[in-house]
Design a protein around this ligand. Sequence first.
Ligand code: DOR
Ligand code: ZN
Ligand code: ZN
Length: 439
Amino acid sequence: MKMIIKGGRVLDPASNTDAIKDILVSNGVIIKVEDSIDGAADSVIDAKGCFVMPGLIDLHVHFREPGFEHKETIRTGARAAARGGFTTVCVMPNTKPVTDCVEVVKYVVDKAKEVTDINVLPIAAITAGQDGEFLTDFENLKAAGAVAVSEDGKSVMNARVARQAMRLAAEVGIPVFAHCEDKNLVARGVMNAGNKAKELGFYGIMNAVEDVIVARDILLAKNTGAQLHLCHCSTEDSVRMVEEAKKAGLPVTAEVCPHHFTLTEDDIPGDDANFKMNPPLRAKADVDALVKGLGSGIMDVISTDHAPHHKTEKELSFTQAPFGITGLETSVCLTITELVNKGVLTPLQMAERMSYTPAKILGSDKGTLLPGKIADITIIDPEEKYVINSDEFVSLGKNTPFNGREVQGKVRYTIAAGKVVYSCVGGNECIIDKDVPKL
Ligand code: DOR
Ligand code: ZN
Ligand code: ZN
């Protein structure tokens, strides 16, 4: 099976390529990337005017299986990923049961193989049941397929346990993905401690809730040699501390979510839980620091923290509804609209933040279009303008603060191991599920 992708703007950070080129894919592998490739092929994709990037990688999503399938399943989440341009996603362990043992890791791996052609990689919990006390078996979890360990949804609050975890992670060679939130400081907060919370009469979440754990975890990474990845950074001090950690040569990386670089607390229209997530939307100074950090590369990665919840849960008040918003189907357009179009990121840097560097953090050889690599490729039309409509999401979660927002940048093709898993041509959207023969 041969496929030629013709005339696109090929963006490959690994070879520092930003040029109009053709790509030949055969049997799921990239064969060559050259100025012009002709000859027989089973399919030819016209990529004129489009970005052609290594398949996007999201280090941080929540698919709710096992346990909360009414919010999202591995299948529906993977479809949302394909529609959003992602060929690889890492799923957090706060499921029911928690992904804290080999059996659950294997369940996720096997289920993903059964239902999707994209790569769904499990992240294992740091402690049994995410109870914060007893470390899980990192070595065997890694052997079963876990690509990182994380307590996401909360922090390991006991610094002794957190240190033990980082020591073990360093020994085993698995990255720690840290959700930074001091449970005791957060108290009953539901949105940023600022003007909006005052105006609406809600308890606030101070920046310090995040900052004290970011500081602690960076120090513990220094103490143990662990590879630390800071999830969903939202504050200006987080950015400053990541910069200092990098200057000190520590193996620390950090991610920023599209909602945190796009919205401030001032965008919360009132008691609408589609604007409730953890960490919360912050003040303008924080957003400015995050954007600047993404531009300079201090902040390494864009991840979504895709956190689908059921409609009935998100219809509740800010005080009652669960934290979290969906993100897989809006990440590309928000990144283009807010960062590329505003000159914060070049298209090549977008490929770096959304594919090349995430792959590096996982120690994976994905994230590039070099010949010989598996053909995970995302093709994006950066010009198309449209209005986000959550009814069109294929995720079961429609909980987004971006419904009705005008954006630019549309995924045209998502290709996983040489197979088109999503296409949108001439307004016709098509998700090609596993085992459904291609027409
Ligand atoms: O907003 C969030 N939602 N933040 C988290 O840390 C957890 C996540 C979820 O699981 O819904
Ligand atoms: Zn989190
Ligand atoms: Zn999360």
